[in-house]
Design a binder for this molecule. Sequence first.
Ligand code: NAP
Length: 284
Amino acid sequence: MIISGKELSAKLKAEMAEQVATFPARYGRVPHLVVILVGDDPGSVSYVKGKAKASEEVGIRNTTIRRPDTISEEELLGMIAELNADDGVDGILVQLPLPKHIDEDKVIAAIDKSKDVDGFHPLNVAALWQKQPCTLPCTPKGIIKMLKSAGVVLQGSEAVVIGRSNIVGLPVSKLLLDENATVTMTHSRTKNLGEVTRRADILVVAIGRPKFVTADMVKDGAVVIDVGVNRDPETGKLCGDVDFAAIEPKASVITPVPGGVGPMTICCLMENTIECFLHRVKQA
Ligand code: NAP
């Protein structure tokens, strides 16, 4: 079974659009997401366009602010302070990566926690690890939704995650743990990686290396979630971290690249924006 993130996200976005359509009558306005794009990295430009398109589909107001990569850290922090103070803004997203002269951690921490639609603010991260209410990071949240939509049993399953980044590997491991999976986290220093991954009922791969996971690393019938977004060095086309053609016949469930985790990440960003909006309007 191939889980289409494209189809699942289309269904969820249509449901969100119906919900958002009721907001002007109930709350006097729709959610407002502000995306800040620094520089003109083609990958970042394309991600930001995708976020604006999804916002339009769902009925969320989207403002994209573009600044050259010469912007100073002080200027960027000043913009964030203004957006934090603006009652008409519900979500603030600074597209990463930022130019080297800007401290990303400082920028993320400057965003008001209640408008942190990416779920990267240290207080949101702490809340996730303490099982407190929080905004969940979009990619891990989307992965759990995909697994559940496919009816994958998480409780008691052996889950192996490759990669331990703050945005994918670490939080998805925590979410799987919260679903009562038995989680093993692996990384570039893991010895005998294949031995570990072959144990996995559920294998989540977030490394950033084209087709790194080969068929011999995967158990028959495993569920394989491919987070990677890479260019295939041979064809130049988008590909994941998993050798899809070789693993698909062996896996019980697998996600494609493109059209898998990527669309679900954007879908969860829309959901987070609505959640932040509702939290704010209900408090007002
Ligand atoms: P990252 O911050 O670069 O982290 C990569 C992780 O992979 C690190 O923990 C690293 O281990 C591990 N790793 C690297 N080489 C390895 C190896 N040979 N064996 C085992 N582990 C290895 O990457 P990221 O931000 O998590 O992103 C990973 C991939 O997912 C990228 O392709 C990115 O574009 C993609 N991504 C996709 C989405 C989406 O929505 N589809 C969202 C986010 C990211 P160490 O910690 O030991 O260095």
